[in-house]
Design a protein around this ligand. Structure first.
Ligand code: NAD
Length: 509
């Protein structure tokens, strides 16, 4: 949470306060970086990128191992800050630190293998040796959200660093202290200064960074802001990676383990108080098992303890504005005929929203279309798994998804238009560092995590080198007479007559 104040003499730099969303306590004050601050941060990162990018992958790995160890050494301190600044329970905060460390470890170790230059077939140009190599972009701007203030930006930062880039990171205005602590740990553990520079501020600072002289922008946040960032980046033709919002479906097929599905649906919808881009936001259950599923889900949700105490499983809603959106979605659903089986808008207390289960939901309700970002599980009854897939896909979003079932679970998973699917679990893909993470449609494009994440932060270079000259130099104006007819006959024999099909396994095409 944040309030912004201008220096009293009108000249001193603007600052903002970071507040504990559960208590309103002021946790710290950070500067709101302006144009000059951002330009200076980018210049420092640019300088660092020269040394960092020129290092061997092995040397960079050693530096990232030092960074990982330093972060692990301060895991509890980081988790405590995440807990206080974001509002999530301490255990969830510590799990977030562990997940971030898993990515830092994975990226550092995989970079050598994934980014090593490799040869490819030269096809008809058989006298050439062709190679693909990967190079750092230079400086990556990482603009992050508040819901997983460490894990989410780390998905870009770890992979971009391992690929040889320096970073300018702007954390969310709701969690700037977590960003600052990460920057401090990087400074203390990585030998090259300014490889990870942190600038604090709100949307205005983000907007300046989106126009700055960086080589790529990795943005994580809402779809609406993502569009603004992309428009700003277009001015300099800066490439962008967009990790945006979602409206993730969970489908329960007839042969699913109903108890397991209900438990996972409740956890997937309510973990982090529902404030995950990959939260289960819609649940489609086939008719024969619907009643059993609903009963079980309500029983599970009833046990989810909400509040600020140490026993609570879900804490405060981090962004006060979001509480209004959650309330509006619930009221709209009820006005259109949804039934509240547990929780509901009238039980919201300040920044705390109760675990809520709804049935009788229909596609035109806001709660089934727009990102709610609260601990809400709307359950829809469907006639078949096909209808579930159809409704799951009836959205412009396409981030995560889940399928519960046996015989047709994989087939159904394949049919969901989303970047990721967990079968017989919720959100599990996010815990596998080797799996690429990202969405389609309004959920964005590009991938963090995994090999794709390393390549996302690399400039791809194609090189081909002549090994020996051919008697007929085709790449020349000095072609012998009759070349036209020879090419005509080659086209016919190779591609028309099917020679390439017959020699498919023998020719290097
Ligand atoms: P947000 O879009 O409000 O803000 C994200 C970041 O953008 C913040 O740092 C903010 O200061 C900055 N910003 C705001 N205006 C800007 C502008 N004009 N130019 C540049 N930067 C600007 O999002 P949020 O509320 O912080 O985060 C919640 C959203 O993030 C949800 O929609 C959630 O689904 C999404 N999210 C997506 C992923 C993913 O990986 N796909 C992960 C986490 C969160």
């Amino acid at each position: 949470m944040v309030t912004t104040t201008r220096g009293t003499n009108g000249k001193s730099p603007e600052v903002m306060e970071s507040l504990n969303p559960a208590t309103g306590e002021i946790l710290g004050t950070v500067p709101v970086a302006g144009g000059d601050d951002v330009a200076s941060a980018v210049a420092r990162a640019r300088e660092a990128s020269r040394t960092w990018g020129a290092m061997s992958v092995g040397d960079r790995r050693d530096q990232l191992v030092a960074f990982r160890r330093a972060l692990a050494g301060r895991a509890e301190e980081m988790a405590e800050l995440i807990h206080r600044e974001n509002g999530k329970p301490r255990l969830d905060a510590l799990l977030e630190v562990m997940s971030a460390l898993a990515h830092l470890h994975h990226a550092a170790l995989r970079a050598d293998k994934v980014l090593r230059p490799h040869k490819v077939s030269s096809g008809l140009m058989a006298n050439f040796r062709s190679t693909i190599s990967y190079h750092p972009f230079g400086v990556i701007a990482v603009i992050g959200p508040w819901n997983y203030p460490l894990f989410t930006p780390m998905g870009s930062i770890a992979y971009a660093l391992a690929a040889g880039n320096a970073i300018v990171f702007k954390p969310s205005e709701l969690t700037p202290l977590v960003g600052q602590l990460l920057g401090e740990i990087a400074r203390a553990s990585i030998a090259i200064p300014d490889v990870l520079v942190v600038v604090t501020g709100d949307g205005r600072t983000g907007a300046v960074l989106a126009r700055a002289e960086v080589d790529k922008i990795a943005f994580t946040g809402s779809t609406a802001t993502g569009k603004k960032v992309m428009a700003a980046a277009a001015e300099r033709l800066t490439p962008v990676l967009m990790e945006l919002g979602g409206k993730d479906p969970l489908i329960v097929a007839e042969d699913a383990d109903v108890d397991k599905a209900a438990e996972a649906a409740v956890w997937g919808a309510m973990t982090n108080a529902g404030q995950a881009c990959i939260s289960v936001e819609r649940c489609y259950v086939v008719e024969p098992i619907y009643d059993r599923f609903v009963e079980k889900a309500v029983g599970e949700a009833r046990q989810v303890r909400w509040g600020a105490d140490d026993e609570a499983s879900i804490g405060a809603i981090t962004m006060p504005r979001q509480v209004d959106i959650i309330r509006e979605h619930l009221e709209d659903a009820v006005a259109r005929g949804a039934k509240v089986l547990l929780g509901g808008a009238d039980q919201i207390r300040g920044n705390f929203v109760p675990p809520t289960v709804l049935t009788g939901v229909t596609p035109e309700m806001r709660i089934m279309k727009e990102e709610t970002f609260g601990p809400i599980l709307p359950i829809a009854k469907v006639a078949s798994a096909e209808q579930a897939v159809e409704q799951a896909n009836a959205t412009r979003y396409g981030l995560g998804s889940a399928v519960f079932g046996k015989a047709r679970a994989r087939e159904l998973a394949d049919k969901i238009r989303a970047g990721m699917t967990s079968i017989n679990s919720a959100l599990a893909y996010a815990g596998v560092p080797a799996l690429p993470f990202g969405g389609v449609g309004d959920s964005g494009f590009g991938r963090i995590h995994g090999d794709e994440g390393l390549r996302e932060f690399s400039r791809v270079k194609a090189t081909t080198e002549e090994r020996f000259p051919l008697p007929v130099a085709l790449l020349s104006f000095k072609l012998p007479r009759g070349t036209y007819d020879r090419i005509k006959s080659t086209i016919h024999q190779l591609y028309g007559g099917g020679m390439v099909d017959k020699l498919r396994d023998k020719l290097p095409f």
